[in-house]
Design a protein around this ligand. Sequence first.
Ligand code: ADP
Ligand code: MG
Length: 601
Amino acid sequence: MEAEVRLLDQNTANKIAAGEVVEKPASVTKELVENSLDAGASNIEVTIYEGGTEYIRVVDNGSGMSEANAKLSVLRHATSKLRSAEDLLSIHSLGFRGEALPSIASVAKFTLLTRLSDEEFATSITINGGENIECISTGGNVGTVITVKDLFYNVPARRKFLRTVNTEGRYINEIISKIALSRPDVHFRLLNNDKEVINTPGNGDLVDTITALYGKNLAAALIAVKYEDNGIGISGYIGKPTMLKGTRQWQTIFVNGRTINNRMIGKALDHAYRSQIPKGGFPFAVLDITVDTANIDINVHPQKSEIKFGDEGAVYRVVYHALSEALTKPLLGTSEVPITSSVSKDGFGMVKRGLSGSSGASYPSLEQQIWKTPEYVSETPNREFSMAQRTSENSDIIVPDNNIAFQDVNSGVDTIWPLGQIDRVFIVAQSETALYLIDQHAAHERVMYDKLVATHQEIPTQQFLIPLYLDALPQEVSMIEEYRKEFLQLGVDIEPGGETVLRVSSLPADIKNDEAEEFIREILKLLSENKNIKPADLREEVLHYAACHSAIRAGEVLNIRQMRALILELLNTEHPFTCPHGRPCMIEITSEELYKMFKRT
Ligand code: ADP
Ligand code: MG
């Protein structure tokens, strides 16, 4: 028997649309807040209870609606923002599908209270599960208040799929943070179970907004990005490579002011930071990408959170270049090794060195060559050693300085001596009978790890005169309370310093102050993922971490002297060929192998 084809009734169609638009409390919140922004609000306050599953209220001071428009707004495909299919291509407002309000109202207990500024009365509309629509004239402030109670109360199958109230609440927090970053000119507040968890200043300053959302530590580690090429503009802030999270939650990307998810942009970010951060670490980023609206399609996803670019490759390249440039700027600005004026370009684009480069380069004796942290070395004025260093005018040309390298050979002490650095990551070195490639970070990690292990029982610690204060989430603070003893055994003296503040009074000696936060988060993560971890294993992890983080990073410019000191120390370790994580830190290519490669055998 043939099935009868029928048009769906309104309420059923709304519920189906709700399946796409309203996935969880956070998506309801997002739609409502975006409507408030589209209505020109400068003040938006969101109140939630039980992660938004019981109650979400969004209050705005936007334009409000007339009674007629309020009635229309809850009908399917009612929108004031789009008139025809052509408009879709050039849409500037956040909403345009006219689906959100009716969809939400079909799966919750919904009320809308709204008033235009030049009207005396407000309109109140109540809808329960898409039915029993009631509309009355009543008192109310200018602007709109939308309340959504008992989400999915009439769709038990969906309610079952909600996560814990903590998780749903966190999603709401994340979504409002992202929207707040896109609109520093709007004052956002989020109250979760009567506790204020977000309060942005709304003064138009993005750095102030970042500070309000993520704390002062992060704000102190920002690098500004401003770049334009090929009609694509990138602006915003990225974090220092040392400020990392384990997920992309810290990365907010807007395209023409709209928060989006796009894997390609994440990839471009990873690529730009590639040599400077460990695997699995994600830096902070808030970037606004401006492209001609004709070159994007935002209508590919019901929640409008994904986007298609006309030319993905072009966007990828511009993001990559914008970030690479931003990341090298501070490095170059504080360059360890000033470029000597003797490096000059001759008429053929070749680089040659003046006499000063080879004059009187003397090395400190071996005993004096104690490897300090790169910062320490960087302050040593050693202008002669600008070899293998990119010059500012000739950024692609590397200047080898044979004089100095061979002077090393003559000293007769080294068995392996450095020739230069490739991509600020790999050291090329040689002995009389072999070529060596060394991963500078892995090598230094090996050196540091061996030193740390050699100190046996006690992890050396540093006591702070003035304690460090770290911003933290309430759940992190309670975890610290729980694990206080374990932390002390690891050389970390940490305790709650308030509801969302941690106070640290000592740390393992090799952790730098600006890495304290990341270090502590890392241990917290370990503990929460692995409740029964043995103290010995935890200790091992901390040693690994300390070694890894006090080590020279990939991406750091090293001069020959620094490379030499590193190689010497590496050769003094028991396993110079592998780092503590088991990755290679030095690769040897013997002369026999070279003969083979050149087919001379
Ligand atoms: P869309 O945002 O896609 O247009 P919605 O269902 O989200 O669709 O909203 C329908 C319409 O209701 C909007 O086009 C707008 O005119 C009106 N509206 C919704 N929320 C508000 C608000 N907070 N203030 C003023 N008008 C609103
Ligand atoms: Mg909308």
